[in-house]
Design a protein around this ligand. Structure first.
Ligand code: ADP
Ligand code: MG
Length: 723
């Protein structure tokens, strides 16, 4: 066994047998949010009128006055400096889906050989990173590189502690000098605003004069893998592409189902506790942690929050998962498919809409058939998803997610909605003329007298649906583990705005003030909406082959790869809906398509080049050494006067010839065709990825033949089971 692999195993054994606590837990409420410049801190440090102005902006989206920002900046910086911060950073979320930050010191030279502290309202409100290094999809020429970061008052500033110091982090929006959005936050905020506007119209019709700001909420469940970091660094594919490009299936994978919710290993649990601790301090309400289905796979989920904050917090969760791991000798993998043949990772996005005075608008109550307001909002979701399913599919499209969707571990690329028995029944009754009752939830009896009867949900779960109603929210399950949750929410909020606009426009025509007639109008509208959009509702098994056939009959789009999904979404209806609701201008939408395609090409090209390099410089030499070993042994056996068996040598030799041939083919194929990104994307899907897969197939066969101590790469067995 190679030294790296030996050390990784020693490392795991040592970590798991250590009795030293790495971290002492106190009461969580003593430190929850302690690194956040949140409401309590503001209230204590700001003059009353300033605090009031801030609240008005935070709660109602009122514009913020510059003079207010100045006062807040002073309070914020003195809080940060008291807590040991030396620098501040505008944090922003470029279109790559990553988090970006630029740090500046609070200190400036005073001209007399000393320093003074400086942090003004202007510095809080606005920053100016060089925007030319971030993808802009043709929105700006590089010589017009001005980009601004603008303080997002609705997402609180926080302190990021690191080993050698503390930084004040200020969440910001990132836009071009000309005002175009260059990031993920601006469109999200715009989409929330658009949805709020239309929801207000609908709620007014239902008699709510003051529903408060209606916003979307998100509860993202994050799946990830942990492997020993020594093994990680011995795999160039994991380091540079985030997934293994080679690796034969281990004898034991996930077939025993003994990992899901299993006992969490000591080292992993210690890691999870520190992750929770860091996130608690940052005010991220993480709640759930457990083993996932695949060996070495885990999940972390927070309590849901308003979309904008939830999205910033989600970025912090991914960042923290990665940054804490090395302290435990681990590497955290958030790629959608680090290991072929083993379940991949997703990010279930739980999404709902509501407001302070009306609560959750997707909550059916005990008698959903009676709850017209709920039914209208729910029908609007169905309409939105049916009419723009290509947008939803597009919002989760990228190279990594292609390995997961439709692989019988994640929902297929066909977007459909699971409503569940109860709601499906209510909607069927409405479509047939009017809903009279709702199926009751009932009680679950287990048949053991000592166990209490359990209240039962009205509907069982359907784990195979990409977009499932789960009691009081929809769960979008096709989101990739590595992706920002901003994009899918931008789409959901925008298409919801359009559907609510339709509902409001129709119902505004109905006689107001006459409950009977208004109710009849609602019933009629619901019937129309349900009938027109019933194709997208599917309560069966989304993994079955029959569904693909059935979905095609229903006319539902099936954009299998990211490249198909970009093409599917790049249609007039997408541009029109983004433009109409002021979420993205035509140019901003175009820029995003360009960036997604560019990113796709770059992601896969990294994999192609890695496949080529690793096959040539790591796998081929190992195979040659093994061949020589066999050849030498044949000679030795023969010279001893015994008849030698050459079957193994012949087998390896043949495979090695094939390896060299397919690698040479890949080398030829990896010249991208001239032309635009569309042409290159197609070429990658049709030609390059298959060429890459053939190399892998041969190499993986060789892994099962070549002597273990010659094999240069940590194996699946070692990576997945060394905990
Ligand atoms: P699952 O059973 O799907 O694994 P979890 O409890 O792990 O469920 O995660 C469910 C997620 O959904 C949590 O983040 C939770 O806060 C979130 N959630 C619950 N209610 C809502 C809601 N009304 N809107 C949005 N998210 C919600
Ligand atoms: Mg879930």
């Amino acid at each position: 066994m190679s030294i790296t692999r030996q050390r990784a195993i020693e490392n795991a054994v040592q970590h798991n047998s250590s009795e030293e606590p790495v971290m002492i837990h106190e009461h969580i409420d003593d430190y929850f949010g302690m690194n956040v410049f949140g409401e309590n801190e503001m209230k204590a440090r700001l003059p009353k009128d300033i605090f009031k102005a801030m609240r008005k902006t935070m709660d109602e989206g009122a514009p913020l006055d510059f003079s207010v920002a100045d006062v807040v900046a002073t309070a914020m910086s003195s809080w940060a400096v008291e807590r040991g911060a030396t620098h501040y950073a505008h944090i922003f979320y470029p279109m790559t889906g990553n988090t970006a930050e630029k740090h500046d010191s609070f200190y400036s030279p005073d001209g007399k050989g000393g320093l003074f502290t400086e942090f003004s309202g202007k510095q809080l409100i606005q920053g100016e990173p060089d925007a030319s290094s971030f993808p802009n999809g043709g929105l700006r020429a590089t010589f017009e590189a001005r980009g601004y970061t603008a303080w997002d008052v609705t997402s609180p500033a926080y302190l990021m502690e690191s080993r050698n110091g503390t930084t004040l982090c200020i969440p910001t929006a990132f836009c071009a000098w000309t005002g175009e959005a260059l990031d993920k936050k601006v469109p999200l905020l715009r989409s929330m605003q658009a949805m709020n506007k239309q929801a207000q119209r609908v709620l007014k019709l239902f008699g709510h004069d003051d529903p408060g700001m209606i916003s979307s909420s998100a509860g993202p469940e994050q799946e990830y893998f942990l492997i020993d970091h020594r093994l990680y660094f011995a795999r160039p594919d994991l380091v540079s592409a985030g997934r293994t490009l080679f690796g034969a299936a281990p004898a034991k994978g996930q077939q025993l189902d003994d990992q899901y919710f299993g006992a969490i290993p000591e080292r992993i649990l210690a890691y999870m506790m520190e992750v929770d601790n860091v996130l608690y301090k940052l005010g991220v309400p993480v709640k759930t942690r457990h083993n996932e289905v695949a060996p070495g796979q885990y999940e972390i989920a927070p309590v849901f929050e308003s979309s904008n904050l939830a999205t910033d917090h989600q970025q912090l969760v991914m960042q923290t998962l990665k940054s804490v791991a090395p302290r435990y000798g681990l590497a955290c993998l958030v790629h959608e498919k680090p290991f072929a043949g083993i379940n991949g990772s997703g990010k279930h996005l739980n999404w709902s809409i509501g407001g302070p005075n009306v609560g959750n608008l997707l909550k059916p109550g005990d008698t959903p058939h009676d709850n017209m307001q709920f039914l209208v909002f729910c029908a609007a979701v169905i309409k939105a998803v049916n009419e723009h399913s290509v947008m939803l599919r597009g919002s989760i499209a990228h190279a990594g997610n292609d390995h997961r969707l439709g692989a019988n571990e994640a929902p297929p690329a066909i977007i459909s909605i699971f409503l569940g028995e109860q709601l499906d029944d209510v909607f069927k009754q409405i479509a047939a003329g009017g809903a009279k009752d709702s199926k009751k939830a009932g009680v679950l009896t287990v048949g053991v007298d000592t166990l209490p009867p359990l209240p039962k949900d009205a509907t069982d779960r359907n784990r195979t649906s990409p977009f499932a109603f789960t009691g009081n929210r929809f769960e979008f399950r096709a989101v990739g583990s590595n992706q920002s949750i901003a994009g899918p929410q931008v789409v959901l909020n925008t298409i919801m705005a359009e559907a609510l606009d339709y509902v409001a426009t129709e119902l505004e025509k109905a006689p107001q003030g006459d409950p009977v007639k208004f109710n009849a109008a609602v019933q009629k509208l619901l019937r129309t909406m349900i009938k027109e959009n019933e194709a997208v509702v599917f309560n069966g098994d989304n993994y079955s082959a029959d569904w693909t056939v059935e979905a095609e009959k229903r006319g539902l789009p099936n954009n299998k790869t990211a490249v198909d999904a970009f093409e599917g979404m790049d249609v007039e209806s997408t541009y029109a809906v983004f433009e109409k609701y002021n979420v993205l201008s035509r140019q901003e939408t175009e820029s995003r398509f360009e960036i997604y395609r560019e990113k796709y090409v770059m992601d896969v090209m990294i994999e192609v080049n890695l496949t080529y390099n690793m096959a040539r410089t790591m796998i081929f030499p190992a195979v040659v050494k093994h061949q020589k070993l066999l050849a030498d042994s044949v000679i030795a056996i023969k010279s001893a006067g015994v008849e030698a068996c050459t079957a193994s040598l012949e087998e390896v030799t043949e495979l090695n010839v094939n390896l060299q041939k397919t690698v040479a083919d890949l080398a030829k194929a990896k010249e991208l065709p001239e032309g635009d990104l569309l042409v290159q994307c197609r070429y990658i899907v049709d030609t390059l990825i298959p060429a890459m897969n053939v190399v892998r197939e041969i190499a993986d066969t060789l892994e099962g033949i070549v002597s273990d101590d010659l094999w240069p790469l940590p194996t699946y067995q070692e990576m997945l089971f060394t905990r």
